[in-house]
Design a protein around this ligand. Structure first.
Ligand SMILES: *Cc1c(COP(=O)(O)O)cnc(C)c1O
Length: 401
């Protein structure tokens, strides 16, 4: 059967069509307003139509769009310098998406060992429940059967162990291991925190064995958890890090951050991208940082995150037949559901709130970082109403029996 749309059918889209956005609100063509607690999957860090981002993009659009990486791009120099100054990194590579940022991390880690005379050292250890992207290499890194099935042989060199399993980890690392890659909090996997002790253990394991540590902060980075990067909570720095989503505020971009020593292995000609780091993306990325690095911004995210988490815990208490648990940090929060997470997301949508399902039957509550306290209360009111609809239908079922 052919559908009316000429687009690939690879997405299960809702029927909503949005016309414009204002802060944390999305407005449909027919004027319905939705409270956006999905942020385009943790992308719209500063909400919709943020005036500073709009003017930065407009200004750049009138000057210059694209020159390629055959030439210097001042916006890249500026953004690179700022990201390095506010992180463990010395060097930054600009790309277009999350998966590409992870690909760059994987390639840099392999090349680093190759340069040291160890070409056999190309395996990357990853963790069950991980998500690192949809390219041939990153589906192998993520290791999830549902994303690998039917796409040919799994790319070699990815070894997976259960998250937090120290024994399995010790057993799998060896002279073939180039790097360990981990999301400090699994996003798609269901807002699963990996724990400070575990991240510290990984750093030590890497140091003791000459292995590189890669953090995938594509979802957790750029202020989402109340720190610029989530690994700062654990006080553990990686050698390589992928970011994307929030840094573009809605403009497609990503970056690979690295220490000097690791970045040095990607010499001219070894890696590249046509679009990566174009002036439009750089204008927006720099504008996002202008806001996120403002005095007090991250503290506000942390404070609002604590407040929301507390309120969500209250919801869990009042709706034990619908919600089981609240998880996460800052404004990267998850509601573990008793009812199917997809159904809860649909019920929330009926009450004018957008959320995103994740693995482990979790619903992600990931609003723009600019959300106000008043709007946070509105989030809770709408989620409360959504949860109540299940109880009504459950009690109706009970009465019918
Ligand atoms: C979204 C995401 C990716 C993939 O990013 P794309 O831009 O979709 O390629 C990779 N890792 C994590 C942790 C993500 O959340």
């Amino acid at each position: 059967m052919t559908s009316a749309s000429s687009l690939f059918g690879n997405y299960a889209r809702s029927n909503l069509e949005f016309d414009h956005g204002e802060g944390v609100w999305l407005v449909t063509n027919d004027g319905r307003r939705f409270l956006d607690c999905g942020s385009g999957i943790a992308v719209n860090a500063l909400g919709h139509s943020h005036p500073h981002l709009v003017s930065a993009l407009k200004e750049q659009a009138e000057k210059l769009w694209h020159v390629s990486n055959l030439h210097k791009v001042p916006g890249q120099e500026k953004l690179g310098e700022r990201l390095a100054a506010s992180s463990f990194a010395d060097k930054v590579l600009m790309v277009n998406s999350g998966a590409e940022a992870m690909e760059a991390c994987i390639k840099a880690a392999r090349r680093y060992h190759y340069d040291r005379g160890n070409p056999e050292r190309f395996h990357i250890v990853t963790f069950e429940g991980a998500f690192h992207g949809r390219t041939i290499a990153t589906i192998a890194a993520g290791g999830q059967e549902k994303y690998l099935e039917g796409f040919g042989p799994k790319a070699p060199g990815f070894d997976q162990v259960p998250a937090g399993d120290l024994e399995a980890l010790a057993a799998i690392i060896g002279p073939q291991t180039a790097a360990i890659a981990i999301e400090p909090i699994q996003g798609e996997g269901g807002i699963r925190e990996q724990g400070t002790d575990f991240l510290r253990h990984l750093r030590k394991l890497c140091d003791d064995n000459g292995i590189l540590l890669i953090f995938d902060e594509i979802q957790t980075g750029v202020g989402r958890t109340g720190k610029l990067f989530a690994h700062e909570w654990a006080g553990v720095a990686p050698d390589l890090m992928a970011i994307a989503k929030g840094i573009g505020g809605g403009f497609p971009m990503g970056a690979c951050l690295a220490t000097e020593e690791v970045a040095a292995c990607l010499t001219p000609g070894t890696h590249g991208t046509t679009f990566g780091g174009n002036p439009l993306a750089m204008a927006v990325g720099n504008a996002v940082l202008d806001v996120v690095l403002e005095d007090g911004f991250l503290e506000q995210v942390e404070r609002k995150g604590l407040l929301l988490k507390q309120k969500l815990a209250g919801l869990v208490d009042t709706h034990p037949q619908v919600l089981a648990e609240v998880r996460g940090k800052g404004l990267l929060l998850g509601l573990k559901c008793v009812v199917p997470a997809g159904e809860f997301v649909a019920a929330a949508r009926e009450h004018g709130l957008l959320a995103v399902p994740a693995g482990d039957n979790v619903v992600r509550i990931i609003p723009p970082l600019t959300i106000t306290e008043e709007e946070l209360s509105e989030v809770v009111t709408r989620l409360d109403a959504a949860a109540s609809t299940f109880e009504k239908s459950q009690s109706l079922e009970g009465a019918a029996e």
